[in-house]
Design a binder for this molecule. Structure first.
Ligand SMILES: Cc1cc2nc3c(=O)[nH]c(=O)nc-3n(C[C@H](O)[C@H](O)[C@H](O)COP(=O)(O)OP(=O)(O)OC[C@H]3O[C@@H](n4cnc5c(N)ncnc54)[C@H](O)[C@@H]3O)c2cc1C
Length: 509
């Protein structure tokens, strides 16, 4: 069969959510994935009986009735997919040279801890958190809006959002606080978008802290279970899924999308095509700038993509709880000046002082099969520049030369060395060590410049600065990190919204 109601390009969580929305409405849907496995950043991998997650370490809003919970529920997934709440007293540890604070499932607790530790800033903290909550409420109302009247009722709140839309987080923090240590403590979660306070959009930082401050959760069975549950439900609902099917171009007739052609030579037709690939790859490579009006081309050319990563995946017999680790993630910052930690990477050089993320999936989900009995997986992430790895981009995946391996291993070794602060003997006790680079992200998820969070979350690239679900081409919709934002929750939201829009467009035909 080559004719479908909807074709979805890419099977990241955004594409899977779009396809499942369409399939559950009884429409025929074809998912085309370029890679050998479905899932994009939620595709796990295995080494010697150890399973590793790539792009899910925690999500917020999974308490019963919360926004991400409702979306999974509406997709019919929650009979088969369960999430475990991480330490409510502190699932994120922000560790600085001589200070540490945890974020748990209460914003008020976070506020109180900071007031205790920075008493001279108490009044400023009260004012900041009051404003924080107002912004959070407005952002949530904006997400909930459906229809004209709801949007109009929101208008009185919009000035608040408009006021801060152009702010970096640093600009917001500087309006309230003096102590650089306090500003750093409030910037700890910035790693979730890979940006320091001087670049991150203030509204996104507030959105992230608020997202997690209602509790953090981990999928039981890891990203593998999430990916497999989506695929099973898609198949049960009659969807067709094809791997190793990279889409080469989107066919257009009279300026409208009519189908796709794969690099392997297959043609498929559908009145609606949803792309879960990056906006850059979709609009520049699969549509072609010559088919687009001038403004979207300029917008695309101006776009800046997020940072790349080096990750070290360790399978070990070491017992992380013996060193005081629990299911909390660690964000390690060797300086309070987070902007200067990121600066080399944002300028295309390696990080000088190693800021990194450390997580132990086997402590978050002790009963799943991440590791053989009694063993653990440890995952380390640091940020790394595309430029340093780009010279090897044209070499075949998994067969890159010795110089590439040397560079990748050097960064990986530095990261392992830095993590010994929390897990002494980590490298010596490792049974498996696998290192990824920005080229891995580019090769396995086709992200521009090995970016891990889609288009950067800087003030000019949030809200209308992103793409939303409508592309400049009729019949072509977008979902995933470039649509509404990077991270699991925004990608599920954009996928579901693109799927609903596709159903609406089919009804109108
Ligand atoms: C190391 C890391 C840690 C992260 N941790 C978290 C976390 O703890 N919590 C959280 O919320 N988020 C986290 N994220 C972010 C989150 O994983 C991503 O934002 C999200 O998974 C991206 O989903 P997506 O829908 O944009 O699709 P992607 O995962 O980017 O997948 C896109 C898919 O499209 C396919 N594709 C591209 N081009 C084509 C083509 N031409 N033809 C066919 N298929 C194509 C790709 O192969 C890929 O499978 C993390 C990301 C990384 C990398």
């Amino acid at each position: 069969m080559s004719q479908y109601d909807v074709i979805v390009i890419g099977s990241g969580i955004g594409g899977l959510s779009a396809a499942l929305t369409v399939a559950r409405a009884g429409k025929s849907v074809l998912v085309l994935e370029a890679e050998r496995q479905f899932g994009g950043f939620i595709n796990p991998f295995a080494r010697k009986k150890f399973w590793f997650d790539t792009g899910i370490h925690y999500v917020g809003e999974m308490g019963e009735g919360r926004s991400l919970y409702r979306q999974f529920e509406n997709l019919g997934l929650l009979d088969d997919l369960e999430f475990r709440e991480l330490n409510p007293q502190g699932f994120d540890r922000y560790v600085f040279p001589d200070y540490e604070i945890r974020l748990g499932n209460s914003l008020d607790d976070f506020h109180h801890q900071l007031s205790r530790d920075f008493p001279s800033e108490q009044n400023a903290l009260n004012k900041f958190f009051k404003r924080f909550k107002e912004i959070d409420r407005s952002l949530r109302d904006l997400q909930k809006r459906k229809g004209l009247w709801a949007t109009i009722s929101l208008l009185p709140k919009i000035p608040l959002l408009l006021r801060y839309k152009g702010y970096t987080y640093k600009q917001l923090l500087d309006q309230y606080f003096v102590d650089p240590r306090l500003k750093a403590a409030l910037s700890g979660p910035g790693g979730d978008i890979g940006l320091p306070p001087g670049s991150a959009a203030a509204l996104v930082m507030i959105g992230i802290i608020a997202h997690f401050s209602r509790g953090a959760y981990y999928p039981i069975g890891g990203s593998k279970k999430v990916r497999d549950t989506y695929v099973e439900h898609l198949e049960k609902n009659g969807a067709t899924l094809k791997r190793r099917s990279p889409v080469e171009f989107i066919a257009l007739k009279d300026g409208k999308a009519t189908g796709v052609r794969t690099k392997t030579g297959e043609n498929y037709q559908a009145p609606v095509v949803i792309s879960n690939a990056s906006a850059l790859h979709t609009l520049r490579d699969m549509v072609g700038y010559s088919e687009l009006p001038k403004r979207p081309v300029e917008k695309m050319r101006r776009s800046r993509y997020s940072i790349g990563s080096v990750c070290v995946f360790v399978g070990t017999s070491q017992q992380p709880n013996e060193f005081g680790l629990d299911d909390a993630n660690i964000w390690n910052y060797p300086s309070y000046d987070i902007d200067s930690l990121y600066r080399p990477v944002l300028e295309g050089r390696q990080m000088e002082e190693m800021a990194f993320f450390l997580t132990v999936p086997t402590l978050k989900d002790p009963h799943a099969n991440h590791a053989p009995q009694g063993k653990h997986t440890v995952e380390l992430i640091t940020f790394a520049p595309w430029k340093a790895f780009e010279p090897w981009n044209d070499q075949p995946v998994l067969k890159r030369d010795a110089d590439y391996m040397k560079l990748k291993n050097e960064v990986g070794q530095r990261l392992l060395g830095a993590a010994e602060k929390y897990l002494p003997g980590l490298e010596a006790r490792a049974e498996v060590i696998e290192i990824s680079s920005p080229l891995t992200n580019s090769s396995f998820a086709n992200t521009p410049d090995g970016s891990i969070y889609g288009m950067d979350h800087i003030p000019s690239q949030i809200g209308s600065g992103r793409w939303g679900t409508r592309s400049p081409i009729e019949g072509l919709l977008l979902c995933g990190a470039d649509s509404m934002g990077g991270g699991i929750a925004p990608c599920v939201t954009s996928g579901t919204a693109a799927g609903e829009l596709a159903i609406h467009m089919l009804k109108k035909r």
